[in-house]
Design a protein around this ligand. Structure first.
Ligand code: DAK
Length: 264
């Protein structure tokens, strides 16, 4: 299937393949270090895909050598607290999780460090190639994760492993990350992108409404107590019972055919 691009961005490539949109980080000379320009382009690209009715699922990826080596250290070295506050990096990472309702898969190969891992953790699933390396090395340059890393990582892998990664700044293998629940799937190096596309196409074939609501409910689990989360889930389940997609899904099951979902 051919890939088409509507808009041009300086720091990403934005592709469309059928129902999937692909944001490719494109600063290979700096190992996809997250400059402000790159972070802004990622959010703009995602927002464009979010508003495109033909796109049902999204992949964020880098290149085979690097997903991203983290925040741009050269840019950050001149940055003071007021510059950072005004630039609002942190809100941009949060907006990825709050503004983008379509499912996002991070397809990770090579280095996935610092802000790069925080970006992957702001996605809904992480597919990692076998030889990729993940870590929060910010401590080695005198800072710490600042785009949700201390919070999302701890909620994902627990206090003791999060402390290990964040305080030591060490790298872990994709296998360790998988064993710790930090990545969804590990795949052979050569197929990280094709597997991500296969998964994205699979998600694109489901009811967009059910996908959206299920994503919101899983994210709610990281941000609420159990009874609040269960109530949130139940109410959202009731909403889906009224959808045309539910009627179609259940009818298709009885008729032993594939459902055709319309997102209604
Ligand atoms: N920033 C800028 N440039 C980078 C970079 C980075 N993070 N990582 C690599 N580069 C550049 C290198 O400087 C080099 O450029 P030239 O010298 O060729 O011009 C080029 O990419 C290739 O890098 P290497 O020659 O070092 O390549 P190697 O394969 O030898 O090593 C490496 C790869 C990934 C192990 C190494 O480059 C490395 O350790 N990079 C730094 C990784 C790191 O410490 N990352 C964490 C950065 S701190 C916040 C939001 C986010 C954050 C904080 C706050 N707010 C919202 C407030 C996040 C902070 C971070 O991520």
């Amino acid at each position: 299937m051919s890939s088409s691009t509507k808009s041009d961005y300086a720091n990403i490539k934005l592709g469309r393949e059928g129902a999937i949109g692909i944001v490719t980080l494109n600063r290979p000379g700096a190992l996809n270090a997250l400059s402000m320009g790159l972070i802004r382009d990622i959010l703009a690209g995602l927002t464009e895909l979010e508003s495109d009715p033909d796109i049902k699922s999204i992949i964020i990826t880098g290149g085979p050598r690097t997903f991203s080596a983290g925040a741009d250290i050269k840019e950050m070295s001149d940055m003071g607290p007021i510059d950072a506050l005004k630039a609002g990096h942190l809100e941009i990472f949060d907006q990825i999780q709050t503004k983008i309702k379509k499912p996002i898969i991070a397809a990770v190969s090579g280095y996935c460090f610092g802000g790069g891992l925080e970006l992957a953790m702001a996605c809904d699933m992480i597919i990692a190639s076998e030889s990729s390396r993940l870590g929060q090395p910010e401590i080695n340059v005198g800072v710490m994760p600042g785009a949700g890393g201390t919070q999302r990582l701890t909620r994902t892998i627990g206090k003791y492993k999060a402390m290990d990664l964040i305080l030591s700044g060490r790298q872990i293998t994709a296998r360790e990350a998988f064993d710790w629940g930090l990545v969804s799937r590990i795949v052979p190096d050569e197929s990280y992108l094709s597997e991500a596309k296969r998964l994205a196409n699979d998600l694109a074939s489901k009811s967009p409404l059910a996908i959206r609501v299920a994503k919101e409910c899983v994210n709610k689990a990281l941000d609420s107590n159990l009874s609040e989360g269960v109530q949130f889930e139940r109410k959202n389940f009731y909403i889906l019972l009224g959808s045309e997609d539910k009627a179609e899904g259940m009818k298709a099951f009885s008729e032993k055919r594939k459902p055709v979902f319309k997102g209604k």
